[in-house]
Design a protein around this ligand. Structure first.
Ligand SMILES: NC(=O)c1ccc[n+]([C@@H]2O[C@H](COP(=O)([O-])OP(=O)(O)OC[C@H]3O[C@@H](n4cnc5c(N)ncnc54)[C@H](OP(=O)(O)O)[C@@H]3O)[C@@H](O)[C@H]2O)c1
Length: 285
């Protein structure tokens, strides 16, 4: 289901973007991966998520090459800073490195990849400096659990946080207990990573063997991967960022814009893959 997601800054994006972890690392896949990202952009997936960590810059480099033919203003580029680089000593060089690899002059969003040991107020102050310098439009965080978010929002300019990028998929729904409500109350969209279960073969197996999942996928004539994506994209306030390494996979993912699950189907999926009853620590990958 296609939805527009609005950030507190006023920027808006579609609820489906492109993840890029592990892209750019295998030279033999280079052309296919560039083609995958370009196919996504041409089909409307202008939000691209990368990080300095991914292949130690190789993902950013690949994205940089893929986006060359396009108007920068029509893209929504997100990268992430390592926690150990997220203080005044390193963040400005780290951001410059990211911009250089991407071949652009600014990021639409810069995220702290996970909570680290640099005082969070220092990171927020640096993000605000980068905004003033025009190197980033906005900033957010990733892998922040409830207490991390509460701490962040108590800081000077903490309310300028635009998103929390967290692990979320149909078979891992811990954020639905407390964290998601907290983000919603504070008007902060969720960016769901691993929306099609990433590299967790056991969980994938469980989903693939579920008769409920098979029946609903068959009804819509879609694959189980597409059903997983439809589930995440139908949540409110949520942007899914699957990684796809081929144009074919990207196109299948884009087709999910046209899928709408009924209330009854969502209830059946709730029964088959319920959210936990009590709060559990945030899962990370
Ligand atoms: N903030 C964080 O800490 C964090 C952590 C993990 C991930 N992320 C971000 O979130 C993105 C997504 O997470 P992820 O890459 O771990 O997992 P994911 O998107 O859930 O799964 C990626 C896997 O799904 C496959 N796939 C994609 N489309 C498909 C299709 N239509 N049919 C069949 N298979 C398909 C991909 O294979 P192919 O490559 O063969 O297409 C790849 O093996 C990452 O790329 C990254 O940008 C962020």
């Amino acid at each position: 289901m296609k939805q527009a997601i609005h950030f507190p800054s006023g920027q808006s994006v579609l609820n489906l973007g492109q993840g890029t972890w592990r892209l750019g690392e295998d030279q033999s896949q280079h052309n296919q991966e560039v083609d995958a990202i370009r196919t996504g952009i041409e089909k409307g997936l202008t939000l691209i998520d990368t990080a300095e960590m991914y292949g130690e810059g190789k993902s950013e480099q690949l994205v940089g090459e893929a986006i060359k033919p396009y108007n920068r203003e029509n893209l929504f580029l997100i990268s992430k800073v390592y926690p150990h680089n997220a203080g005044e000593q390193n963040i400005f060089d780290a951001c410059d490195g990211t911009l250089k690899r991407l071949g652009v002059e600014y990021l639409d969003m810069y995220l702290l990849h996970w909570p680290g040991s640099v005082p969070l107020q220092e990171t927020v102050d640096c993000f605000e400096d980068l905004k003033r310098q025009g190197k980033i439009r906005n900033w957010g965080v990733s892998n922040f659990d409830l207490e991390d978010m509460q701490n962040l929002l108590s800081l000077r300019n903490g309310e300028n946080c635009q998103t929390n990028q967290v692990l979320y998929h149909m078979a891992s729904r811990g954020i639905e207990v407390v964290l998601r409500d907290y983000l919603r109350e504070n008007n902060i969209p969720i960016m769901a990573y691993c929306p099609i279960i990433g590299q967790e073969p056991e969980l994938k197996d469980k989903v693939y063997h579920s008769p409920t999942v098979k029946q609903i996928a068959d009804t819509h004539r879609i694959s189980i991967i597409q059903l997983l994506l439809a589930f995440v994209m139908q949540q409110d306030n949520t942007i899914a960022i699957p990684k796809a390494g081929s144009a074919d996979h990207v196109s299948q993912n884009v087709d999910v814009f046209d899928i709408q699950l009924s209330e009854e189907e969502l209830a059946l999926l709730d029964e088959a893959f319920p959210a936990p009853e009590k709060r559990i620590p945030l899962r990370v990958q």
